[in-house]
Write a protein that binds this ligand. Sequence first.
Ligand code: FCB
Length: 472
Amino acid sequence: MSDTQIDPATRVTGDAGGLSFPAGFVWGAATAAYQIEGAVTADGRGPSIWDTFSHTPGKVHNGDTGDVACDHYHRYAEDVELMAELGLQAYRFSIAWPRIQPTGSGPANRAGLDFYDRLVDALVARGIEPMITLYHWDLPQPLQDAGGWTNRDTAYRFAEYAGLVAERLADRVGTWITLNEPWCAAFLGYASGTHAPGITNPPDAFAATHHLLLGHGEAVPVLRGHGVRQVGITLNPSAVRPLDATAPADVAAAARVDGLQNRLYLDPLYGRGYPADIRALIDAQFGGAPWLRPGDEQIIAAPLDLLGINYYNPTIVTSAPGQPSSSVHPGTEDIRFMPATGPLTAMGWSIEPASLTSLLERLSRDYPGLPFWITENGCAYEDEPEADGERVADPARIAYLDGHLRAVHEAIARGVDVRGYLVWSLFDNFEWAEGYRPRFGIFYVDYETQVRLRKDSARWYHKVIAEHGLPD
Ligand code: FCB
């Protein structure tokens, strides 16, 4: 899509608050399979860990499941029309592995591939660039039964699955993201257990991290072998900072969290191997790294074409001697994560666009070489239609998106190479452990009728895309 280099001469800042983006900058939106598709038993799809997890009482708010979600599997054609009306230039969606390999291995299920084939054709016909995410957390359940991401074999199964999808779609899809947020898959899935598969054993989260990264590294050459043009991975780097930047203990606390959430992933991906401080921490507290074999770090360092960044909110930490480790962040003894402040979103997250600018600058300084894409950014509110049943006013979302786009623009102005921005999310959808309560969409979804309504933010985004920047 955007092989175009960003030309600083095209950076135009308008008067009266309008802001224009570089030529070639791509506007899109993102979703994920389990969050929108529904149709969980259609056409031979097998169960995933999220089917199992969401059907386990007490795991998901209100007992919600992805069984129906936005029924996108059956409504994809109308949904692509909505994307076209919005003016989307790119659409990032994920492939449900259990539609392609219902048991996690073996030959492709043709009917599963056919669905994505139809979706890709519909997008291409409307001039919308498809961007595929291969793994957005819905591991086939039979692979979990064999250990899931703690089992090295899952990495090889992932590369095999990547090949099956690429064989069918690489002719029409130029940009491929291997994994979405491996930190979440590993640490929410295996340490805090708040996401599928719901395991609470911190050493497993480190093993899962390694096998996710290994699977990524094994998949990259497979994708290239099928002629894929651009390959990347999407991380959720923590925009972490010390509460008191002048206090050495706070600075050290932030550095540890940065190591556990950021450098643990970025360093091996950028060919530097695992960071020594975090390796030492794993050795001291989590049983070492029996999962690491000679040559693995070279495989993980397979050259990439882009880095996907998902950003929602900042993390602020302070030194707190005696504080037990957070269950989500094993290894953070003596560190306190500060509660969110200010107006919060429906996720309880604070809103701080400036942290996105500084995160992008930091990544561009410490991890140069790849263009960045904002592969997710957005916010949840409990939106509801007005009395007329048509309008959904969501001024807080417009303010959030406007602020974060300004933050991206500022990073670009300071020299960071950002090629595109994908709103999370196109539709209200199944927000994992939070179920359907938080609404992230720029389209409202009535889950009873499956009617989609443009929120005010969708109308606003339409204008942003048309003007290639922020309106005055
Ligand atoms: C990200 C996930 C995405 C969505 C947003 C809110 O961590 O990638 O699926 O849940 O958060």
